[in-house]
Design a binder for this molecule. Structure first.
Ligand code: 5GP
Length: 116
């Protein structure tokens, strides 16, 4: 399987589709999920063409991966959920139900979350 450059997050990164942006830098974009599952539910997305977590870890430069997760942490703090707690989710592949084939991390919090 190869990366689909027409996927919805690629189109958001290219500014072909609008999003409710929380953060952006050269490598990363973060925006609110269109169908939130918690009071705070954002998606943190590298701008590069990575299909999923496996692809990202295998092919992104180590410094970029490190910066990406530092950004996730910074956003949790800035959104006021670092202390109360939050959940990170990344879906990979068919059995996970991954809907959008561009690597992303869900950052959820703002209230007690159901176990599953
Ligand atoms: P996945 O199942 O791939 O991990 O999650 C994809 C997420 O993207 C879902 O939570 C879904 O609500 C969100 N999503 C799908 N399309 C859009 C969109 O056009 N804009 C935004 N902001 N979120 C989207």
């Amino acid at each position: 399987m190869s990366y689909d450059p027409q996927n919805i997050f690629a189109r958001i990164i290219a500014e072909l589709i609008p999003c409710n942006k929380v953060y952006e830098d050269a490598n990363t974009l973060a925006f609110y999920d269109i169908a939130p599952k918690a009071p705070v539910h954002i998606l943190v997305v590298p701008k590069g063409p990575y299909m999923d977590f496996e692809d990202y870890v295998a092919h992104a430069p180590a410094q970029e991966i490190s910066g990406f997760f530092q950004t996730v942490s910074k956003l949790a703090q800035e959104l006021g959920i670092a202390e109360s707690g939050y959940r990170l989710i990344t879906n990979k592949g068919e059995h996970s139900g991954q809907e959008v084939p561009h690597f992303h991390v869900h950052l959820l919090g703002g209230a007690p979350l159901p176990l599953w």
